[in-house]
Ligand binder design. Sequence first.
Ligand code: SF4
Length: 348
Amino acid sequence: MTDEAGGLVVRAPNHLGELILALPALHHVAAVESGAGRRPAVQYMAGMEPILDMAGLEVERLPIQDRRAVREGARQVRDTGARRGILLTPSASSALMFRLGGLKIRRGTGGGWRTWLLTDAVPRGPLLERHRVHEFLALVGAEEVEKVREPPAPVLRVPEAVERPDGAGGRRVVALFPGANGESRRWPAGRFSALAQRLAAAGRRVLVLGGPGEEGLTEVVASAGAAYGECVDLGGRTDLEGLAEVLAGSDALVTNDTGPMHLAAALGTPVVALEGPADVRQTRPLGARVRLVGRFDLPCVPCVKNRCPRSGRGTELTDARNECMWLISVDEVESAVQELLEGSGTGE
Ligand code: SF4
């Protein structure tokens, strides 16, 4: 990106997980602009403020209520007086906001008619081989950081209200997140229920988390676990701040490929990530205390689809549909949890 004088607006990704993966790039931008005596603006989806707070990002905040409200977003951009913009979303509407917002230099990944709205369209193909953290770093021009083989892990400060688990013989808390945006990314509810039962029976305090609309699922899992010990249903009962507090106060999280997976990893909470159709080269959670569990040897993995396109007989099962998730056993997930608990304390 040409380093011309003038303010800079960065459009952050819309979704929680991607926003967290964009944090190293946003910190890079904030440091470079601050070195030049400027304060960059970050346009983001309203409601994500707790992430910006926990990240300690020193930027001008431009919250948008509706990502399709192009005129409103463009007015917001224009009011900053900035000349340059970087898009970390691959959407045409955000490119249009930048164009209508009067930004003279507009950088982002090309594709479709978005390419014509940008002045610096970066081909996405080569970036797809890399982790999303690297993709975002490349887009903001952080060449040196971007060349590092292992992407830097996003870091969030633990909310002040939270007491971190001490791992010193207290009752271990294990959070479960059985939901996910795409049905193909969900480990079967019955497996989560069986895991909740085993963990509760072993004396763990189990917390079942879920977003709005996932209350039915969390209730099923939590009630299965509650028959064997302490298992609490928190589905739909936490806002983003509350979710961060619960995750930061847990000894481990078992989750499908979700935003809370990245949130927990960035907070330093040990994570067992159940991976199916996702391309883990691009979107795996980062951090020393992360375990990926999945059948990466299946020929269809990763399909990166929210609905499984397979039917008929599977590679190992009689039903091919969602085989990548069905082949993950409760035993291996329980072992991964135990391994992480032992790594962060007594395991008892
Ligand atoms: S095609 Fe394969 S990787 Fe994709 S959802 Fe189906 S079983 Fe999983």
